[in-house]
Design a protein around this ligand. Sequence first.
Ligand SMILES: *Cc1c(COP(=O)(O)O)cnc(C)c1O
Length: 343
Amino acid sequence: MYRYERVDVPDGLRLHLNENTAGCSPAVMRALADLTRHDAAFYPDYAAAHEACAAWLGVSPDAVLLTNGLDEGILAITAAAFAREASPEAIVIVPAFDMYAAVADALGGHVTEVPLEPGFTFPLAGVVTALTPRTRLVWITDPHNPTGQPVPPDAILQIAAAAPNAFVVVDEAYADFAGTSLLEARAFARLPNLVVGRTFAKAHGLAGLRAGVLVANPPTLEAIRAIVPPYSINAWAARALPAALGDREYYAWYLAEAERSKALLYAVFESRGIEYWRSAANFVLARPANASALVGALARKGIHIRDKSRDPGCAGCIRVTAGVVAHTQAFIAALEEVLCGGE
Ligand SMILES: *Cc1c(COP(=O)(O)O)cnc(C)c1O
């Protein structure tokens, strides 16, 4: 039985869900302030949001499907992939974002777990070996969560070519921070089973509004669109998107903060002799001496990080969001206190 975990924290500094710790662009708040009572009363119009998303991603509008967060995209892809199949299978590379297996399992599919190779290397051979005639779905996260490792684009293309009857989904929730995307190669145009997922929850700071997008060949997208309700994005999220995407300065500033924060995290882990992995995303995975005790001690100081020690292959690991530099410095100060026994 697979379930996703929801980690709610009452207050304090949230460095446990890879959110934008600065909040969304102020331009979003100005755009939302313009909404009227009728915007609340009427079903939303997605034209502006849809167009802004397609332009921002550099793809044609008919290759874009807006979803209520990428999570809804994950649900819709799985439902579309498994529909009318007697015993569908999904391949999940573990450790993985919880939703993939939870949704596949809840929809009656069989989940095949393929572990990352040592050093968190992408398991291309393992995935290809795990493919069966019943495989309908392959989940790939690039950059990978929770390890932060980038996935070689060639490996993704090889899998898509080897599994023509499966949706090969590339979850690019953190691609903003990596600065690269499979969309650049337009691979989805020649590989109709390839689906790229993006979210505006992370770099754009819209997690609370819920906005994500799927990109694929238009006929592929049709099968998924059939499952997404017609008004799944609310009017506030729809209005927020063009404003968020239009404020490139804020976006660039935030990416730079995350980059500087990662450098600070690497430095403190190094100086403390804590094993860590350089990350292409906005978080860093590390293996301190006593992960669970450390997570608890930091939480008592109001700093929330994620205990990843139960994730396959991640024994003893924590994951820390790299956002605003001042927040990272607060984490580092608290970490130093805990490590010095000054709790
Ligand atoms: C955060 C995250 C998501 C969810 O995005 P939402 O748009 O908030 O639903 C999807 N995939 C991965 C890998 C994530 O880390």
